[in-house]
Design a protein around this ligand. Structure first.
Ligand code: ADP
Ligand code: MG
Length: 452
């Protein structure tokens, strides 16, 4: 600023100053003027500096405000800031979007209006609760623009002013509708999968039962056909004996009677009848044994473990499967008559049927199919080894063969559940089932059960 200090004062403030200091010399009053003007300059410079500082602070404040706004706008969680009476003081974009109301419409309304009927008792308690603790993950229903409720996981905490006075609360809610829908979908899929698996396990059981029925039919055919044959013979014998006895009762002469006896082969009948009846009885017993076995196979498997002789169980299992097989292998079974195991007969039978069936399946194209079964006692255990002369199991599949649905068979031929089920049945009786390959080729399955 340029000031002409030599210019004569010409009225106003300066003119008055000039006339009120008549005692002062001209030079003295000029100095006073200069001092005053310099002070004014200083004050003015200070003012300018304050102004600049103020503007800087203002723009920093604006920047901070923008920053906070951008964060609030970007938040996907809902933010509601209320005073202590529950009147909304600030809301973010997420809340505006869900409720379909602008911040202006929301301001000063009670935050409780935003929630559905079923959540009122919860939000009513927020103001009291936050005095002692923060509310975490409280599930409330926010009303959407269309009036329908959408679930939020709500946190609510207290807000204090710079003096540490409680002035309101801050609510942050995470929309959980999507999450819940996804969870419910997952749950439903899991349920369906479980059902499908149960159905498959069931159909595998039915399939193995089907395979067995063919073997059983074969097995039953034999005793039934000789019971039939014997009964026909007995019927014939019966009518001849009746004829002979009639002749005796009529008092036929001895000669004629003897002739009749020869003609009707009565002596032969009498010597044959005993073995005929024994044979028939044996056949009937065989049929009843098969029925008993069948019942054990299909019936109640909840029974307790108990000691039982192994040889007959192995024999029927092998018999049934082999009888139904298209190509019958040469079978050798080496199990001591007296060998007993503790377990559930029907389950052991089912495991052996699965193992023998698999062995026969893999030897379908083998030149000389052979099946070897051995059993022996090994300290506290009984082991049964089922070995075939097929291609064996690739090393990387040795553990996988017990996985549900693991099969190398064509679609429709294998379910991959036989070994999975057998493994479970072995452990149900406190035993185990192991797959390996014999050093001389072929697969070998070892079933271990408890010894008596
Ligand atoms: N004796 C065996 N020799 C070679 N591989 C076998 C033998 N037994 C089972 N496996 C393998 O294990 C798989 C699973 O058997 P399993 O659970 O009984 O189901 P599936 O017979 O329906 O395939 C078979 O597909 C086969 O690859
Ligand atoms: Mg199988």
């Amino acid at each position: 600023m340029v000031t002409d200090y030599s210019a004569k004062p010409s009225g106003g403030l300066i003119a008055n100053l000039g006339t009120d200091n008549q005692m002062m010399h001209d030079s003295g009053s000029e100095e006073a003027w200069i001092e005053v003007i310099q002070k004014m300059d200083l004050v003015y410079a200070d003012l300018v500096r304050y102004q600049v500082e103020l503007e800087e602070k203002n723009s920093a404040l604006e920047e901070a405000q923008h920053f906070i706004e951008s964060v609030q706008t970007a938040m996907t969680d809902v933010l509601i800031v209320c005073d202590i009476q529950g009147r909304i003081q600030q809301a973010n974009k997420a809340l505006e979007t869900i409720t379909g109301r602008s911040e202006k419409e929301l301001l000063n309304r009670s935050f409780k209006e935003l929630f559905g009927e079923s959540s009122q008792h919860l939000v009513d308690g927020f103001a009291d609760k936050i005095r002692s603790e923060t509310v975490y993950d409280c599930e409330v229903n926010l009303l959407r623009a269309d009036g329908k409720p959408t679930p939020l996981a709500m946190n609510c905490s207290s807000r204090y002013d710079h003096n540490g006075r409680l002035v309101g609360m801050v609510l942050i809610g995470r929309p959980v509708g999507e999450l819940r829908r996804a969870y419910e979908e997952l749950h439903a899929t899991h349920r369906e999968l479980k059902q499908a698996q149960e159905q498959l396990v069931h159909s595998e059981k039915m399939a193995s039962l089907g395979r067995l029925v063919a073997g059983v039919a074969h097995e039953l055919n034999n005793p039934i056909s000789f019971v039939f044959g014997n009964m026909h013979a007995l019927k014939r014998y019966g009518s001849r004996i009746t004829q002979y006895l009639d002749a005796i009762h009529k008092g036929t002469a001895e000669e004629e009677r003897e002739a009749l006896r020869k003609q009707l082969k009565i002596d032969h009948i009498l010597s044959d009848i005993g073995s005929l009846i024994d044979g028939t009885l044996e056949g009937a017993e065989r049929v009843s044994d098969i029925v008993l076995d069948l019942r054990r196979f299909s019936g109640n498997q909840q029974e307790d473990t108990q000691p039982f002789p192994l040889a007959p169980v192995v024999a029927t299992a092998v018999d049934w499967v082999v009888k139904a097989a298209r190509r019958k292998p040469e079978v050798s079974v080496d199990i001591p008559e007296e060998l007993e195991a503790v377990g559930i007969k029907g389950l052991v039978h089912q495991i052996l049927v699965n193992l023998v069936q698999n062995a026969i399946d893999v030897m379908d194209e083998v030149d000389a199919p052979r099946l070897q079964i051995r059993g022996w006692q090994d300290w506290d255990n009984v082991r049964i080894e089922v070995r075939d002369f097929g291609p064996g199991i690739p090393k990387q599949d040795l553990m996988r063969v017990f996985d549900p649905f693991f099969t190398t068979k064509d679609v429709g031929k294998g379910t991959g559940l036989g070994l999975y089920i057998s493994y479970g049945l072995a452990s149900d009786q406190g035993g185990s089932l192991i797959a390996s390959n014999h050093p001389d080729g072929g697969a070998m399955f070892t079933l271990t059960l408890k010894a008596v």
